[in-house]
Ligand binder design. Structure first.
Ligand code: ARG
Length: 467
């Protein structure tokens, strides 16, 4: 059964048929397709285009098709070009003539646009739940290790002491922004294209607003040409996924470095590492390496869809059938990656001694300059003084804190015996108590805010507008 066979005399070329078919991947839209069709049957009933009996038969038949898919009993036929064809073909087999009325005024163009939106709303909800679990793992570790000192890096060079809690929370906020982006994406996805027809709109008096509400969507699309054309929501989701993937990848990279023996800042739980078939001593962070690697395919999916969309003429073109696989792949990739990374974070053990051992007094050179600033010297000048003292210590092969007071005073008369107090990592961290700073008291405030955000998310869990 070809839905479009009427004007054709001959058969479709076999290679072309396979090329054209999308059932192999778009069968994943079955629940969305059936939900959309049931709602559409209701709209046709209210528009006087279906009798009560026809409507009841269609709705019951669709439920049965849905159950067949749910239970893995659906028998596809080679003629099932796509999910829409398959559902309609089976519905016809089950309920006969009324099935032939379901497509009245509808096109697969508005149908597929709806299906992908409905499917994506579920995927967004899943991604948000998985992100929230990862955020919760970061937050729990940050609460446990709020005050733990570690070296902070820029350019991967030792820079200034920070706390492990502060480092963990830096990723919490990246994922929080990913959540916000998904909120926005969800808002724009939850708009109902059904009723756009092939491109020009539905000629029958269906109530599109009621249809949108029934499907848990915020509104009906305002322009039928745009409605069948638009895949912005899918591209937006792919961007959200790609950026979340980039954040995951950076977290993974830090942890790979921090867990490597020369650093030894964290120990990863055995449950998330693997061994080497050759080298018995190895314990490799494969979980994190895969998480880092998966970001490649997330970015590829975004680029894939953008390239498909760019240059398409208005409204529906079959190129748009290529929208689904990147979306499915990105959702699947997030769904396998985020729980593993959450598990890694939840089960890792920080090693206070190893972090402490990497703290070098030279990382307090800025605090030394600040000492002079507090005594009236302009910062630029103070920076120069501190720099010369660092070099002097280096030349003498001693640490900055071991230089005699006379050496300090030779550089500036502002130095007094109390300069010794500068060389204290806890003090350096505690000084940075501004909002967003690494001081334990500032991190405590940050934790409070993070807790509140996460609680708000968990309270409002699930798609904001149904779907
Ligand atoms: N399988 C198609 C897709 O995924 C459904 C829409 C087909 N529409 C059409 N005019 N041929 O895009």
């Amino acid at each position: 059964m070809r839905l479009w066979g009427g004007r054709f005399e001959g058969e479709t070329d076999e290679a072309m048929r396979r090329f054209n078919d999308s059932f192999a991947f778009d069968h994943r839209l079955y629940a969305a397709d059936i939900r959309g069709s049931a709602a559409y049957a209701g709209a046709l009933l209210r528009a006087g285009l279906l009798s009560e009996d026809e409507h009841a038969a269609i709705v019951a038949g669709l439920a049965q098709v849905g159950a067949e898919f749910d239970e893995g009993r659906f028998q596809p036929l080679p003629s099932d070009e796509d999910i829409h064809t398959a559902v309609e073909r089976r519905l016809t087999g089950l309920v006969g003539a009324p099935a032939g009325k379901l497509h009245t005024g509808r096109s697969r163009n508005d149908q597929v646009a709806l299906d992908l939106r409905l499917w994506l709303l579920e995927a967004i909800a899943q991604a948000r739940r998985d992100l929230a679990r990862l955020q919760a793992a970061l937050l729990a570790q940050a609460e446990a290790h709020r005050d733990l000192l570690m070296p902070g890096y820029t350019h991967l060079q030792p820079a200034q002491p920070v706390t492990f809690g502060h480092w963990l929370l830096s990723f919490f906020w990246m994922f929080e922004r990913d959540q916000e982006r998904l909120d926005g994406c969800e808002q724009r996805t939850a708009v109902c294209p059904l009723g756009a027809g092939a491109l020009a709109g539905n000629p029958f008096p269906i109530d599109r607003e009621a249809l949108a509400a029934e499907l848990g969507m915020r509104a009906a699309t305002p322009n039928s040409l745009d409605a069948v054309s638009d895949r912005d929501f899918a591209a937006e989701f792919l961007f959200c996924a790609a950026l979340a993937g980039a954040h995951v990848s950076r977290l993974a990279e830090d942890l790979i470095v921090f867990s490597s023996p020369p650093y030894g800042f964290v120990t990863l739980d055995e449950a998330f590492t693997t061994g080497s078939s050759l080298m018995p001593q190895k314990r490799n962070p494969d979980s994190l390496e895969l998480a880092r690697g998966k970001s490649g395919r997330l970015i590829a999916s975004l680029v894939n869809l953008l390239v498909v969309l760019k240059g398409l003429p208005s409204t529906y073109n079959k190129d748009l059938q290529e929208d689904k696989e990147p979306v499915f792949d990105a959702a699947d990739t997030l769904a396998v990656t985020l729980p593993v990374v959450a598990g890694v974070v939840k089960t890792l053990t920080p090693n206070a001694g190893a972090m402490r051992a990497e703290l070098d007094v030279s990382m307090l050179a800025t605090d030394l300059a600040d000492y002079l600033v507090e005594r009236g010297m302009p910062f630029r000048e103070a920076h120069g003084v501190a720099g010369r003292l660092v070099r002097r210590a280096e030349q003498q092969g001693v640490s900055l804190s071991a230089l005699p007071l006379a050496d300090f005073q030779a550089e500036s008369p502002l130095f007094g015996p109390d300069v010794a107090a500068v060389f204290d990592f806890e003090r350096a961290v505690a000084r940075r108590a501004v909002t967003g700073g690494t001081a334990p008291e500032a991190v405590a405030r940050q934790i409070g805010e993070a807790r509140a955000r996460l609680a708000a998310r968990q309270a409002g869990a699930g798609p904001a507008s149904g779907g």
